[in-house]
Design a protein around this ligand. Structure first.
Ligand SMILES: *Cc1c(COP(=O)(O)O)cnc(C)c1O
Length: 497
């Protein structure tokens, strides 16, 4: 099998193995690790529909994480995808109306981040062993709401690791905040900052690149890594579910094996849809990649004009996990369409951080024809939740609703009737308040806990354990700081010399 090495998007000379890329998180030059080539998928498309999620996971991940042994990879997969998931199928594909909803929210924290973050801690501790690293691994994470909880659930009490999560204290839903602030585990630290997600993410990246801090960490026998989707160990497990969903489409008779599908992805940091793009590049028959944004529609403008411009007002919406103006993973797409050119990618990313804007070349723009970008505003999102419920009885969350609405518009605009998978990224219980008020505006004055019981009646779906947990759990974390003090907070909590 072909050995796959990883390069930084900002310096093509740097080459590391998959396990080293996972350990480091971010490349030392501030770039993201990308596979040197995307290997072709070598499975049999006719038997994909019969394969279990775990079988497909091994088949896909072995192609990209080539320095892990078969035993190591299978053991990581077994530990990740077990009874933590509340559905034995792990990722059910639900046919409602004209679309197929790929439910990625059956893990511990009821959002799609669980798909990758249940396995990342195992990939990382295995990587540390393989590379004879004795330092304690400190995971730094910025979250727009869902990553933080899913990362803590994955790393909580994992020996040899600590995890610090930064979230925008006014930028997450009530349930998301409670989920994080009730997290148990001696090795976890949760910090609210008075800034938005982009500030949290920039702050984390800054700490990663601070040479003096790295030196201090080394003296204390610690090293940083990342659980954000800038870590390639997050992205690889996300490629898996597109293969799995494709198999399920065939199993349900929506397509014959070999025929094309479209995918629609509610997008923030561009990780989930990039995984779909990688799946396509590896040979999965995907036609269009439909990129759905909320009112923070910087990506829509990018796909329309070829200019990425973050100079605009940041909006707090009802789909907070997509409230992002700097979509980190777009850098991996830019690198690819620039012909794997680290130098020109670095130039554009530097322009983004100094001027807040960059423009791609016409030759690069021409390679974006697989993508379609559009957005749904707040009113349309609420209407979509109500319409899907009214027409099919199925209840979707706010993020999934953004995708569902954008898909509806895409079909009207294009007439494209290719069977389509919509990535359903969170349980509606996580946003019960907005979901219920969208369906029954007259109930919008009820409390969050009442909303959960009402949602249970409307949807007939059992209340997930993650919601039961926060109803009874104690608040354990109350640290709030200014965005500028993130580095100091890290040093203090780690008790660095
Ligand atoms: C993180 C998240 C998204 C956005 O995914 P990206 O990979 O950041 O584009 C969408 N929906 C939900 C519920 C999320 O948690």
């Amino acid at each position: 099998m072909q050995q796959i090495m990883y390069k930084s998007t900002r310096n093509s000379d740097l080459r590391v193995t998959a396990s080293q890329a996972i350990l480091q998180g971010l490349a030392p030059d501030g770039g993201l690790f990308v596979p040197e080539v995307l290997p072709g998928w070598d499975g049999d498309i006719d038997i994909l529909p019969e394969q279990s999620y775990k079988q497909t996971a091994y088949q896909v991940m072995r192609l990209l994480l080539t320095d892990y042994t078969e035993d190591e990879l299978k053991s990581c997969i077994d530990k990740a995808y077990d009874s933590k998931f509340d559905d034995p199928r792990l990722v059910p594909l639900v046919h409602k109306g004209d679309a197929y909803y790929m439910e990625l929210f059956h893990g511990k924290t009821i959002a799609f981040k669980d798909m990758a973050l249940s396995i990342l801690p195992h990939l990382m501790t295995t990587a540390a062993e393989k590379n004879h690293i004795d330092d304690e691994i400190v995971i730094l994470t910025a979250t727009s709401g869902d990553t933080g909880k899913a990362a803590m659930a994955g790393f909580s009490d994992v020996p040899g690791t600590k995890i610090i999560v930064f979230y925008p204290k006014d930028g997450v839903s009530h349930v998301q905040e409670l989920q994080m602030r009730t997290q148990r585990g001696d090795n976890v630290h949760v910090v609210g900052i008075d800034g938005n997600f982009d500030e949290a993410q920039t702050g984390v990246k800054k700490i990663f690149q601070d040479a003096a801090m790295a030196e201090r960490m080394k003296k204390n026998h610690m090293r940083f890594s990342s659980a954000n989707s800038i870590n390639i160990g997050r992205l690889v497990p996300q490629i898996v579910y597109y293969f799995h969903a494709y198999g399920q489409m065939a199993a349900q008779g929506a397509i014959k094996p070999g025929e094309e599908i479209n995918v629609t992805v509610p997008t923030g940091n561009f990780g989930n849809i990039l995984a779909a793009y990688y799946a396509k590049q590896m040979g999965l028959p995907i036609r269009k990649l439909i990129c759905a944004s909320n009112e923070n529609k910087v990506l829509v403008d990018f796909f329309q004009t070829g200019a990425y411009d973050k100079n605009r007002t940041f909006k707090v919406t009802t789909s907070p996990s997509m409230d992002i103006l700097v979509s980190s993973n777009l850098e991996r797409l830019i690198y690819r369409i620039a012909g794997d050119n680290g130098e020109s990618t670095a130039k554009m990313m530097n322009a983004l951080s100094s001027q807040g804007v960059y423009r791609i070349t016409d030759a690069m723009y021409a390679q974006l024809s697989d993508f379609y970008g559009n957005y749904a505003d707040e009113k349309q999102t609420a209407e979509e939740i109500a319409q899907v419920q009214r027409e099919t009885g199925y209840v979707i969350d706010t993020h999934t609703a953004v995708a569902s609405k954008v898909y509806r518009n895409y079909v009207i605009e294009s007439g494209d009737e290719t069977p389509t998978v919509i990535a359903s990224t969170a349980s509606p219980y996580k946003f019960a308040n907005v979901v219920v008020s969208s369906i029954y505006p007259s109930l919008s004055d009820k409390s969050d806990l009442e909303m959960i019981d009402i949602l249970n009646k409307i949807s007939g779906v059992r209340i997930p354990q993650a919601i039961e947990d926060i109803r009874s759990a104690k608040l354990l974390h109350s640290t709030f700081i200014k965005g500028a003090d993130m580095e100091k907070e890290v040093a203090d909590w780690l008790k660095l010399d």
